[in-house]
Ligand binder design. Structure first.
Ligand SMILES: C[S@@+](CC[C@H](N)C(=O)[O-])C[C@H]1O[C@@H](n2cnc3c(N)ncnc32)[C@H](O)[C@@H]1O
Length: 694
């Protein structure tokens, strides 16, 4: 990243919230290109169930009809709980003061900005006028502060970054004197030790969001943040870094990225496990990714159709044109002129349509031509995919999310994976027309609990349970291995983990960093190898099994394995993958873990003390009922793999507490760590092993 970043403002985004189990609709989390959730950054914290966000008072505005709804719409969204903890620890507070009861240090800023100055959290565009920016040269050797707190909204100022949020954004405090911070400023793409000129864009409860304009200086050794962060802009591998919401850490040495992820896990356990510190073991070093660029096997660039091209408006324009053409000849010339101008507008809109990912500070979609964290096959396919969209742009109604997925090429025909079909698959599917902004399902947790609609060659039995994929189970990979890019959701993708071949539909879940799958599955295998007697009689239940990643790579170590997965298509592919790899000790069950776990374990009658359970849930974590069933079944070991360390901390804490209730000996945390599934981003993939105390 250059030291001068031009990033004018931040769009709002939802947030990641671990909170309680049950009915709470958790915001989706993390860290893909839309960076929708974990970004509490310039784009703000978002939805969440933070009790401190509401002032706890009876809301009298309810009586005031229209006025009330106007005021309400101005209320800032509640603070994401993960961000809340980061703010509290940075400000040195135990809780965020209520607006009506600010601590004396926060009186000035707190009372004026929250909640009385209603427009304060509106964007600078629609909100209060910014105070005149001070000329850059005036700032030298002096820390700028607003003349009064009322002038502070949406101004530019210099801030010193003192910490990082779990979402990878810098936090500065105000006033700058660190003994008495009263307010926090959150800025994306900044690091502890940076002095940053930034434009404040939005205020929230005791914190504001700002967009960095220029890194004035960087002195990590002056920072008290526990993880060293040494800005090295020569490491940045992408021209969009600093504007694209996808990556946060490209300017950091890789070891420091790994240390930050470990730190996020440490904080998650401290803040969300609700366990005494002696029950939380030392968090291990983060397992690195063999590849730090060109690793990502799936990306989903998207676009929104410009207004001028959207069907309704276009139709109206055409209609208007026709009406004018029928009018008297005096009006005809003008009508034709207008029509020509409309057409001209449409053409330029067509040419300018950005196709890419969410911008970090600028609202809307950023046009992305290359994404260096994606695999080469995907990078090679991007120009054609983008060109196809532009060529067919008038066939879309509103916009679309494209799918670009890396696949190995099988030697022999295997349904959608034969060479000819792979060539077909490489064409961009022009008919997918979904709202732009719908991002990677797995990263946003959008496939949680739902059965995605897919159009693979399927045949359901009368009970609706069996799906015949019509794929050959004789799958051999081309040698040397070849990669292609698949862009049709229903087409079959092929992947290899060690000696095991996996196939799955391009649109369904599979881990998105192929280079990490060896270390990830080895980690799970190492947990089992600890007990030599397990080789005699041992069982594995793989809850949330997808297309069988853990069940099938670990099957040889167990007498029998079984997988449970909510997506019937993934289950169909898991069964297919067992056949492809000639694995005969694996069975798979379609349904929600919380509905099936009891039934499946009872019918299999595997003894808990000979059974290992792998749990790899979506971002929202496990259902509370499921955790209760697990404690009842009492497996000897639980390996929890998680794409959201905050919900993992919550679930693991609950398992430990519930199993130890009433003085019984239950589970203890045996090992805790993270694995780097997504280098350059803040995404932290957690690994936790629980064993029964004996
Ligand atoms: C993070 S993925 C892990 C998949 C697999 N373990 C892998 O690594 O490929 C989570 C999986 O859980 C599935 N899922 C979501 N909710 C579920 C539920 N309630 N019960 C069972 N599976 C569920 C999703 O369809 C998805 O395949």
């Amino acid at each position: 990243m250059s030291s001068s970043i031009s990033v004018p403002r931040s769009p709002p985004s939802p947030a990641s919230v671990p909170t309680a189990h049950k009915k709470v609709k958790l915001a989706t989390i993390d860290g893909d290109f839309a960076e929708p959730v974990q970004q509490a950054s310039g784009s703000g914290s978002g939805s969440g169930s933070n009790p401190t966000a509401a002032d706890g008072k009876v809301d009298n505005r309810k009586k005031n009809g229209k006025k009330e709804s106007k005021q309400r719409s101005r209320r800032a969204p509640p603070i994401d709980e993960v961000l809340l903890h980061d703010l509290l620890s940075t400000l040195g507070w135990s809780e965020l003061p209520k607006p009506s009861d600010p601590p004396s240090e926060a009186q000035t800023l707190g009372q004026r900005l929250w909640p009385k100055t209603a427009p304060a959290w509106k964007s600078s565009r629609g909100g209060k006028k910014a105070v005149e920016p001070v000329a850059a040269e005036e700032n030298e050797n002096k820390v700028e502060q607003p003349a009064s707190s009322n002038d502070w909204g949406f101004t530019e100022a210099e801030f010193t970054v003192v910490a990082l949020t779990s979402h990878g954004d810098g936090i500065a405090v105000y006033p700058v004197a660190p003994e008495k911070p009263q307010w926090a400023i959150i800025m994306p793409f900044t690091l502890p030790g940076d002095v940053v000129r930034a434009k404040v864009t939005r205020h929230q409860h005791y914190h504001s969001f700002a967009d960095p304009l220029k890194i004035i200086s960087s002195n990590p050794s002056a920072s008290t943040f526990p993880i060293q962060t040494t800005r090295d802009d020569s490491l940045v591998g992408c021209k969009y870094f600093g504007t694209c919401a996808g990556c946060q850490y490209q300017s950091l040495p890789y070891e420091q990225q790994l240390a930050l992820k470990r730190h996020v896990l440490v904080k998650a356990m401290k803040n969300f496990a609700n366990l005494p510190s002696e029950q939380i073991p030392e968090v291990k070093e983060t397992i690195p990714s063999p590849k730090q660029y060109n690793y990502r096997t799936k990306i989903t660039p998207h676009f929104e159709l410009p207004k001028a091209l959207q069907t309704g408006k276009k139709g109206r324009q055409a209609l208007n044109g026709a009406k004018k053409n029928n009018a008297a000849s005096a009006a005809e010339a003008q009508a034709q002129e207008e029509q020509a101008s409309n057409e001209q507008n449409e053409i330029s809109a067509e040419l300018d349509t950005p196709i890419g990912f969410e911008g970090k500070c600028k609202p809307g979609i950023l046009d992305i031509e290359v994404c260096p964290i994606a695999t080469e096959a995907i990078m090679n396919a991007m120009p054609a995919a983008r060109a196809a969209v532009k060529q067919n742009i008038r066939s879309y109604k509103r916009g679309a999310t494209l799918l670009l997925r890396d696949s190995l090429v099988p030697e022999v025909s295997a349904g959608g994976s034969s060479e000819t079909e792979q060539k077909e698959a490489e064409k961009v599917d022009p008919v997918v027309d979904v709202p732009a902004g719908v991002m990677d399902e797995e990263e946003q947790g959008m496939n949680e609990g739902s059965t995605p609609e897919v159009a693979i060659a399927t045949r359901r039995s009368s009970k609706g349970k069996t799906i015949d994929l019509g794929l050959s189970t004789d799958v051999k990979l081309k040698s040397p291995e070849e990669h292609v890019c698949v862009s049709v959701h229903s087409h079959t993708v092929t992947e290899r983990v060690g000696d095991i071949i996996f196939q799955f539909p391009a649109g369904s879940f599979f881990q998105n960093n192929a280079s990490i799958l060896g270390p990830l599955t080895s980690f799970a295998r190492d947990q089992i190898d600890k007990d030599s007697d397990e080789k005699k009689e041992s069982y594995l239940v793989d809850a949330y099994c997808g297309s069988g990643l853990f069940s099938l790579t670990l099957a040889e170590h167990f007498t029998q394995v079984c997988g449970i997965e909510i997506d019937p298509n993934s289950i169909a592919y898991a069964r297919h993958n067992a056949l492809v790899n000639k694995i005969s000790n694996a069975t798979f069950h379609a349904g929600a873990s919380e509905s099936l776990f009891d039934t499946v374990t009872q019918s299999l009658a595997w003894p808990g003390d000979k059974t290992t359970l792998i749990v790899d849930p979506p971002r929202k974590g496990c259902d509370e009922g499921f955790l209760g069933q697990v404690v009842k079944f009492n497996p000897k070991r639980i390996v929890y793999v998680s794409c959201n360390v905050h919900t993992m901390a919550r679930d693991v804490g609950q398992l430990v507490r519930n199993s130890n209730a009433g003085g019984a000996k239950g589970y203890k945390i045996d090992s805790l760590g993270a694995i780097d599934l997504f280098p350059q981003t803040h995404h932290t993939e957690g690994l936790c092993v629980l064993t029964r105390e004996v």
